[in-house]
Every structure is written in structure tokens, then in C-alpha cells.
Design a binder for this molecule. Structure first.
Ligand code: MMA
Ligand code: CA
Length: 241
């Protein structure tokens, strides 16, 4: 195309113009078209900058929102992790405790099996052994020690009842041979709850009766008797579990 279309849309053929006119026309055309071009591209740039700015704003807003969402999430995840660690520590300590407890129970079970097999009777936390032969009080005491036990120490009514129901005359671990009238158990504890049969202890006929047997009055709740320590009797050992 030989002509140039100006802004009005008219075709201007610069070849028909005189030289100065041509030059003026050309200059006019060139300046205008540069301005026009500049104004077009300037508008586009403005739009582009504005658009980019908007996009940045949107991105910033999105970032703000996601940070605001993410931070509490992070916080709660940390808390959850701490809680889980606490729970793990607790479970570990429980496991440790239960492992020890299991070992303790295993040992107890083995002890129980051992004493039960040898004919010991179990009552309220203790095993009891009733002899099948008779001995003096001192020999009976020694026998119990050899069995890892002591001559029975009666601490309360329930224990007295249990022993009475065995219906056997037996030495128990009570004596006043150190000081007449001061009764002491073989573990050195003083006598508190006592179950003397009526009239006992009596040092019968001024004999020295310094040791104690379960009497044969099994129907009576109180059936202890002081007897001579050299007498031969069955005996009762006790082992606390
Ligand atoms: C026996 C003896 C004594 C007791 C009296 C009770 C005969 O002696 O066991 O210690 O006090 O019986 O009658
Ligand atoms: Ca007596």
C-alpha cells in the first residue's frame, strides 16, 4: 500500500505533495503516529500494571488467609505432638511398672506352688505348717526357723479362729520365759490381743509353765494354755507372704 491512513481514516498520498508540504505532511504524520502509538502502548502498560497490581493484591490476600489458617494448624499440630509424647512416656512407665509387677507375681506364684505342694495352709496373707510329730517348744521353734518360718504369731481374732479350726494341740510362738508374767511373741512383739482359756495362764500347781499351746477346747473361742516348755507337742509354723 502506497498511502498512509491517518487518524480520520483518509488515505494521504505523500507522493503528490510538494517537497516542503511532503516534509510537513510526513513530519505531521510521523509525530502523530508515534504519539498515537505511544498513547496506545501507554494505555496497555497502565492496564498491565494495574492488572499486575491487582493480581499481587489478590496473591497477598490469599497468602494472608493461608498463613492465618496455617499458623493455628501448625500450633495445634505441635500441641498434639507434645501430647502424644506425654502419652508415650506414660505408657512406657506403665509398661515398666507392669513388667516389675509381673515378675513379683510370678515369684509369689512360685512360692505359693512350693508351699502348697508341701502341705502348708494358706490364710489371709500367710502360710501355716502343722507338724505331724511332737517336739519341745524350743525344738519346735528351731524347726520353724529351718523352714524359713516362725512359730505362729496370732495377731487377731480371725487368725485365732482359723487356727482353732485346725483342732490340734500345738505350740505357738508365745513365751514368758525371759520375765515371768511378761508374754512376748518370738518376733519380740508384746502380746496385745490374747485368747487365754478361762483360768489360764496359771503356772499349774506352781509348775513353771512358760510356753503356750492351743488347748484342746476347740469349741471355745479363747483356748490358749500356758504349759511346761519341755512338754512334747505338735507345733504350728507361720510364714508371711
Ligand atoms: C493341765 C495343763 C495345765 C492347765 C491345766 C488346766 C493338769 O494340767 O495343761 O497347763 O492349766 O491342765 O486344767
Ligand atoms: Ca496352764
Amino acid at each position: 500500500m502506497k498511502g498512509h491512513r491517518d487518524e480520520s481514516g483518509m488515505v494521504l498520498d505523500i507522493r503528490n505533495l510538494s517537497s516542503p508540504a511532503r516534509s510537513v505532511g510526513l513530519n505531521r504524520f510521523t509525530n502523530e503516529s508515534v504519539e498515537a502509538a505511544a498513547s496506545v502502548s501507554g494505555g496497555k502498560l497502565h492496564k498491565w500494571i494495574a492488572g499486575s497490581f491487582c493480581l499481587l493484591c489478590i496473591l497477598q490476600a490469599a497468602l494472608n488467609v493461608s498463613l492465618r489458617l496455617a499458623l493455628p494448624l501448625q500450633d495445634s499440630m505441635n500441641k498434639e505432638r507434645e501430647e502424644q509424647k506425654r502419652q508415650l512416656d506414660y505408657i512406657a512407665s506403665q509398661l515398666n511398672f507392669l513388667t516389675k509387677e509381673r515378675e513379683e507375681l510370678k515369684r509369689k506364684l512360685e512360692d505359693f506352688a512350693h508351699y502348697a505342694q508341701q502341705g502348708w495352709l494358706y490364710f489371709n496373707g500367710s502360710f501355716y505348717y502343722i507338724s505331724s510329730i511332737t517336739k519341745t517348744w524350743q525344738d519346735s521353734r528351731d524347726d520353724c526357723l529351718q523352714r524359713g518360718a516362725v512359730l505362729a504369731i496370732i495377731s487377731n481374732t480371725e487368725e485365732q479362729e482359723f487356727i482353732r479350726l485346725q483342732q490340734k494341740v500345738m505350740w505357738i510362738g508365745l513365751t514368758d520365759r525371759e520375765t515371768e508374767g511378761v508374754w512376748k511373741w518370738v518376733d519380740e512383739t508384746p502380746l496385745t490381743a490374747s485368747f487365754w482359756y478361762s483360768g489360764e495362764p496359771n503356772n499349774f500347781k506352781h509348775r513353771n509353765e512358760d510356753c503356750v499351746v492351743i488347748n484342746h477346747y476347740y469349741d471355745y473361742e479363747n483356748n490358749w494354755n500356758d504349759a511346761a516348755c519341755e512338754n512334747l507337742n505338735f507345733w504350728l509354723c507361720e510364714k508371711d507372704m
